[in-house]
Design a protein around this ligand. Structure first.
Ligand code: EZ4
Ligand code: CO
Length: 405
């Protein structure tokens, strides 16, 4: 069996997606997700100019060798563009292997460790009441775990909440320049504990609650927040500090028993090495679309298991249904799976382009037994929704200093 052709599709059925399609000489094809939010076309160029010419004629069953070829063989290891491109190719190769074997990918990984995949949703709001109302709606829909984000009074456009145009922050996909938001750490630190206090008063201790700091704090500030939130029993506090310097998490860890999660922007296992082997975190949030595909995610999960760390893959709407399906296969197998972020799929155009195998039921995702990843992609429909340049926002402090968004 040989790789005959590789096609890259850029579409915007609600937001931008980069889709890889590997076509083999016996007619079987595989699909992969290579979407890097805000940097989509850099990945497309990397694939088209530097990867595809090298893979034509290769045996698609040689997933490991192709992974090593693309990782070691480019000399310039790691980085989000390279690793997102490798992820898209790797997913498509696993899809092909599953289709040829007539088995779902989770079977190729070793079979199911669980029957259903626990997920957490997002409740966001302009104020505490609105956030808690949205939490109530998700509880009614069956969610057992919910991430709470709330606008900080006096700050415009806090992460996770609506922006000025009233679009949900994750779904807006037409930002010709990065929007600017304001950030104030002390106002945030004083406000957020009230959100969780009121959530517990209203909904009790059974529902699992989470929060994403989006890397806006220093270690000692994050330590204070973790301590303050201890009475509200979070499932985890996400991205409390940036992780280029992994030992930042050591300082947080020394001060609080609030569980810590990080990893959505990691590209490789190396980004998590010290975090894992020092047991500074509780959940590793690497994503199949950005950390090297199924081949790499499997290694990260096994490495994390040694240190009592569970997986909680990043699951925003800027990961396509192909990436979400790949997560579902991984999560079905991963012995040390924790929870999957899942806020639903974005409506009619998206479902027209991607036919995916996932069903949400009572706070969990269920996956069917279709061979491969189980997703189909409608090329004709995709052509109707063309790429729109789009940026994530940036944050500044009140004095103009550029901060972490
Ligand atoms: O901001 O996916 O936990 N989820 C997140 C996401 C990220 C976006 C960036 O592309 O932090 O909402
Ligand atoms: Co996050």
């Amino acid at each position: 069996m040989k790789i005959k052709d590789i096609k890259i599709f850029v579409s915007n059925p609600g937001r931008n997606f980069v889709t890889v399609k590997i076509i083999t000489d016996n007619g079987v094809y595989g699909l992969g997700d290579a979407t890097l939010n805000g940097r989509e076309l850099a990945v497309v160029a990397y694939l088209e100019e530097h990867i595809i010419p090298c893979l034509i004629g290769k045996d698609p069953h040689q997933i490991e060798d192709i992974w090593q070829y693309l990782y070691k063989g480019c000399y310039w290891r790691r980085g989000p563009i390279t690793m997102t491109a490798i992820s898209g190719i790797d997913m498509a190769l696993w899809d092909i292997k599953g289709k040829v074997a007539n088995l779902p990918v989770y079977q190729l990984l070793g079979g199911k460790s669980r029957e259903k995949i626990k997920v957490y949703g997002h409740a966001n709001g302009q104020n505490i009441d609105e956030t808690l109302d949205n939490l109530g709606h998700l509880v009614d829909e069956g969610y057992k775990a919910v991430r709470l984000q709330c606008a900080i009074p006096g700050l415009d456009g806090t992460y996770g909440t609506l922006d000025g145009k009233k679009d949900y922050y994750e779904l807006q996909s037409n930002r010709p320049l990065p929007p600017e938001q304001l950030w104030d750490t002390s106002e945030y630190l004083n406000f957020i504990p009230q959100l969780f206090q009121k959530a517990r008063e209203k909904y009790g201790m059974d529902i699992e609650l989470l929060h994403d700091v989006h890397s806006r704090l220093t270690p000692i500030e994050a330590a204070r927040l973790g301590k303050t939130l201890e009475p509200y029993n979070l499932l985890f506090l996400e991205d409390c500090v940036t992780a280029e310097n992994q030992s930042g998490y050591q300082q947080v860890r020394q001060h609080t028993t609030t569980p810590l999660a990080v990893g959505e922007i990691f590209n490789t296992i190396w980004d998590a090495k010290e975090l894992l082997e020092n047991q500074w975190i509780d959940y590793i949030r690497t994503a199949v679309t950005h950390a090297g595909g199924i081949t790499a995610m499997r290694r990260i999960a096994d490495f994390a298991a040694i240190y009592h760390v569970r997986t909680a893959p990043h699951g925003p709407p800027d990961i396509s249904p192909i990436g979400h399906a790949a997560h579902a296969h991984l999560n079905s197998w991963t012995p040390n799976f924790g929870i999957q972020e899942f806020i639903g799929f974005g409506g009619a155009p998206l479902n027209e382009v991607f036919k995916h195998p996932l069903v949400f039921e009572n706070g969990h995702l269920l996956i069917n037994d279709k061979p491969g990843l189980g997703v189909d992609f409608d090329e004709k429909a995709a052509k109707k929704y063309s790429y729109k340049k789009s940026y994530l926002p940036i944050s500044r402090l009140r004095d103009g200093t550029l901060w972490n968004w």
